[in-house]
Design a protein around this ligand. Structure first.
Ligand SMILES: [Zn+2]
Length: 408
């Protein structure tokens, strides 16, 4: 059975996979806007490996970037032909990593990855090298055994994921026709510890700043001023009414409701005996995709107008972040079904298509009209000190990808 031969081969690849992880982890690929040199050096190492390991076609799409010493940000598309070209199974991972952060919190050099009891430690080893390496070896297993996947395979190894994807997948989508609507697009850059989470949708994000202007006065003479903090407090309480106004539930999401939370609060007056004339607070909203963001904003302005009238204050509302949700991938889309089957085969786990609070790179595919699913079995140590990758996860995720490549 080809599936067993492939699984066995991937088990045997364990040391070679660790070796590639260690090599790539030693080449920092931090974005210029985060103080690094970009991904060109790491891309060279990846290209060398791809060319030696069975990828028939490799293309580099260079997004110009004068802040990078190379002058560009590399996006690699690597192909292996299958028995049919009716669709391409895409696995997209990213080359870039975030900076190490506070070095004293690390137990070793973040850019000299090290191994400790079944784990590789270092910056980028989980986010996103674990699955970058896994996807390369999934294809290499077919090549080395002289087997062909059911359909064509494309690995997209992109730049700039951590700082907005402008020079990464957004550039690739704009400048190529690589992706087709019938393709299966897998983004192993989000997941959970048991591998059950298949991310298919996200909520809209709306971050607002509320500035309430009243009139400053002495604490003993409130009638001579307008207490902006008191008015803002009534507004905060009123905004809780958004939950009732937009009360739909969607079991695809966890939590299944839209959330509207007052969060940050700026200091107003420094002393106790002054009525504050100005007050600033912020709200973080995560909104089910069925509600247009404009509808929420209109309701918020209505609430603010009522407070303005009741207290004689002026309230300005400013967008800090406004990201309407991408159209969701259907929970029964072929790529989701394929992942569910493979995850059950390899891990014995029932995959669960879910929506999350917002902000995955799959949204770029979804906005461009493609169905994409995020999946990985990982420990969510991304961006933390002592980031690690469980070596078993890397090997077994490669098996999940390989199983998908064998599906009809
Ligand atoms: Zn990532």
């Amino acid at each position: 059975m080809p599936i067993e031969r492939i699984d066995r081969r991937l088990t045997d690849f364990r040391d070679a996979m660790v070796d590639l992880q260690l090599r790539l982890g030693a080449i920092p690929a931090v974005a210029p806007s985060s103080g690094g040199e970009g991904e060109a050096g790491k891309a060279e190492a990846v290209l060398e490996f791809l060319q030696a390991n069975g990828f028939s076609e490799v293309e580099v799409i260079k997004a110009p970037d004068l802040d990078a010493p190379a002058g560009y940000r590399p996006n690699i598309l690597a192909f292996a032909r299958g028995r049919s070209s009716a669709r391409t199974v895409w696995i997209m991972t990213h080359l870039d990593v975030v900076p190490a952060g506070e070095l004293s919190l690390w137990r070793g050099d973040p850019f000299k990855p090290w191994i400790e009891s079944g784990k590789i430690y270092g910056r980028g080893v989980e986010d996103n090298q674990q699955d970058l390496v896994a996807s390369i070896f999934a294809v290499k297993a077919f090549h080395d055994l002289g087997l062909k996947p059911k359909t064509d395979v494309g690995l997209a190894l992109v730049a700039d994921e951590e700082t907005g994807s402008e020079k990464g997948i957004a550039y690739v989508l704009k400048h190529t026709n690589a992706f087709r609507p019938q393709d299966w697009i897998i983004v192993p850059d989000a997941g959970n510890e048991d591998g059950s989470l298949i991310e298919v949708a996200e909520k809209s994000i709306l971050w607002l700043k509320f500035k309430t202007l009243g009139k400053q006065s002495h604490g003993s003479m409130p009638e001579k001023g307008i207490n902006s903090f008191k008015a803002a407090s009534y507004l905060v309480a009123k905004l809780d009414g958004l939950h009732a106004a937009f009360s739909d539930r969607d079991p695809l999401f966890d939590p299944p409701i839209s959330t509207f939370e007052p969060t940050k609060k700026e200091a107003n007056v420094p002393n106790i005996n002054t009525i504050p004339g100005e007050d600033v607070f912020y709200m973080d909203s995560r909104i089910l995709p069925r509600y247009p963001v404009e509808e929420i904003e209109a309701k918020i302005r209505e609430f603010a107008a009522e407070i303005e009238k009741a207290f004689g204050v002026r309230i300005t509302i400013e967008d800090m972040q406004r990201a309407p949700a991408a159209p969701p991938t259907r929970p029964d889309a072929p790529v989701v079904r394929a992942l569910e089957r493979a995850v059950a085969e390899v891990y014995g786990v029932k995959g669960k298509p879910m929506g999350i609070g917002g902000g995955t790179v799959a949204a770029l595919f979804r906005r461009a009209g493609f169905e994409a699913a995020c999946w990985s079995k990982l420990d969510e140590t991304a961006h933390q000190p002592n980031e690690y990758c469980i070596i078993d996860n890397m090997v077994n995720n490669a098996k999940v990808f390989a199983h998908i490549l064998l599906q009809d």
